[in-house]
Design a protein around this ligand. Structure first.
Ligand code: SPV
Ligand code: MG
Length: 552
């Protein structure tokens, strides 16, 4: 039997199989009650309020899919819905199997699939495929008794669990064939192996149902659906020994009314104020969905990578861009419909970095879009990048990335940086000379390293940074720092300590980030080099800006 092996997030595991639970409901001397559901949510609610079983109504499942109760939904589509319902609950589901979705052969395959999905029982009715709802029209044709008995036998022969139940639904009273025919059919179906008889009626009183039950006695369990004779006191069902009562479609009908009311009111009032107090609150929605369990499972299963933060240095004006930076810093210049800095933030967000601090200075008010923490370097005109970084000391904790605010790059570069295990790691363009030929740059943060970029993909020996200096002779340089580095918790601590030391000795105000790195190197630090070859750019002048606008 396909009892769930894994404890499903939404359903409390029950020690008793669903098939066994249902058989107990059906055969208990007490009258039991099951309630209609038509999807995972309604099934869950039925269980939540305390019902011991669920009726997967054909009428309701079809209507919820906005098709008619005429086998318009295929049996596999119904199965999909049933799977959600079974996964969401620990109570047994009795499925409305209509006429069995074809002949004996189709039905036995349906039964097998129901068993695999942890459905407890199925009910089939002795009508013809495609079925018509019992409350529509008159004189609905009935199946041949022999044919229907064969179907029951085939289902019983291939059920995968001994406690799985097949209920035979007698439609003789619905079709107007009378009590004797109903009893004759019930007897034949009982003989064929049905675990219970559902006797259906569309009269507004329960007379014919009660008469059937008295006549039938306790030959086998009896199931009823009092949709039309709803005014009958439930004790009358108990008195004649009805085993199972199905409240067949009332969640669907309640939902239709509630959805209509709320939609209409919102349409008319064009505000939510009138309905907020009477719709289920969102906390309840998340609770029903089982979000607590997911949060707990995330704690257990998700790799606990420390969240990486980013500090973006975006205080400078970018004088070479002249008029363009009169009312905004260069990082806020438009690059294909979005400020350069916002694109950069998007790149970080895309790599899972969400805690982003931007150090603004020139026209700081213009640095304004969601998803960033802004800190100010008020002295941006007289200070350099190291002083800007000092303004973000609070963010320089744990794993963090420090980046110039005027760069663009392909996203894989961040992944390369994440892969490095080093207190400090810097991204260096090993193909910098080509880059320089393409663009007459004014300044570049040239670097020397313990080894040049080889381009040999077998060569993965670590390379360290030994000096970084824009005034370095090109012949000494191994590459250009792209303005991107990563610090782990230890690296961040070292950078914070160095900033404090620079503040103390008065060198901070004029220092650049390369100055800061050189001081650390002089103290023995060996920042790890991540070599790349192009695929990035920075924006210093109008020429760069034009390139940025073409960067794809
Ligand atoms: C259903 O709920 O789909 C049923 C019961 O078959 S009834 O609609 O009353 O026929
Ligand atoms: Mg039905």
């Amino acid at each position: 039997m396909a009892q769930s092996v894994v404890k499903l997030p939404n359903a409390e595991a029950s020690p008793v199989k669903k098939t066994t639970q249902f058989r107990e409901l059906l055969t208990s001397p007490e009258t039991s009650f099951i309630m209609e559901a038509h999807n995972g949510l309604s099934a869950k609610i039925v269980e939540e309020v305390g019902f011991k079983g669920i009726w997967a109504s054909g009428l309701s499942v079809s209507t919820a899919l906005a098709v008619r109760d005429s086998n318009e939904a295929s049996w596999t589509q119904v199965l999909e819905v049933l799977e959600f319902m079974a996964d969401a609950t620990s109570k047994p589901i009795l499925v409305d199997g209509d006429t069995g979705h074809g002949n004996f052969n189709n039905f036995r395959r349906f039964v097998e699939k129901l068993c695999q999905r942890d459905i407890a029982a199925v009910c089939i009715e002795d009508k013809l495929f495609p079925k018509t709802n019992s409350f529509l029209g008159e004189n609905q044709p009935l199946a041949e008794i022999e044919e229907f008995c064969g179907k029951i036998k085939a289902g019983k022969d291939c059920q995968l669990d001994d406690d799985f139940c097949i209920i035979a639904r007698v439609e003789a009273l619905i079709a107007g064939w009378g009590l004797d025919e109903a009893l004759r059919r019930a007897e034949a179906y009982h003989e064929a192996g049905a675990d219970g008889i559902l006797i259906h009626s569309k009269q507004s009183t329960a007379d014919e149902i009660l008469a059937f039950a008295r006549e039938w006695g306790n030959r086998s369990p009896v199931v009823i659906v009092p949709t039309k004779y709803y005014a009958t006191p439930t004790d009358h069902f108990r008195e004649v020994g009805i085993n199972l009562v199905i409240w067949a479609n009332h969640n669907l009908r309640a939902a239709i009314g509630a959805m209509r009311d709320v939609s209409r009111q919102i349409l008319e009032e064009e505000t939510l104020t009138g309905i907020e107090g009477r719709v289920t609150n969102l906390g309840d929605v998340f609770e029903i969905a089982g979000n607590d369990e997911l949060a707990e499972a995330e704690g257990r299963y998700l790799a606990a990578r420390e969240e990486t933060k980013a500090v973006l240095l975006a205080a400078s004006r970018g004088r070479a861009l002249q008029d363009l930076t009169e009312d905004r810093p260069k990082c806020m210049l438009d690059v294909r419909g979005q400020p350069l800095l916002q694109r950069l933030v998007g790149s970080f967000n895309g790599a899972g970095v969400r805690d982003i601090t931007v150090v603004a200075g020139h026209k700081a008010d213009a640095v304004n879009f969601p998803g960033i923490n802004k800190v100010l370097n008020d002295d941006y005109e007289t200070t350099g990048e190291a002083a800007s970084l000092a303004c973000a000391l609070d963010a320089l904790k744990g794993d963090c990335i420090v980046s110039y605010g005027d760069i663009m790059f392909r996203s894989y570069i961040l992944n390369l940086l994440f892969d490095v295990e080093s207190d400090i790691a810097v991204v260096v363009d090993g193909a910098w000379q080509k880059h320089r030929q393409d663009t007459p740059k004014h300044t570049a943060d040239l670097v020397s390293c313990t080894a040049a970029y080889t381009g040999d993909y077998l060569d993965d020996s670590p390379v360290d940074l030994t000096r970084i200096d824009s005034a370095m002779p090109e012949s000494d340089a191994h590459g250009e720092w792209m303005g991107l580095m990563r610090l782990n918790a230890e690296g961040a601590k070292k950078v914070r300590a160095e900033i404090e030391a620079m503040e103390a000795d008065g060198s901070l105000a004029k220092a650049s980030v390369p100055d800061l790195l050189n001081r650390l190197i002089e103290k023995g630090e060996r920042p790890r080099v991540v070599y790349i070859t192009g695929h990035w750019l920075d924006v210093n002048d109008a020429f760069d800006l034009a390139r940025a606008r073409n960067f794809r």
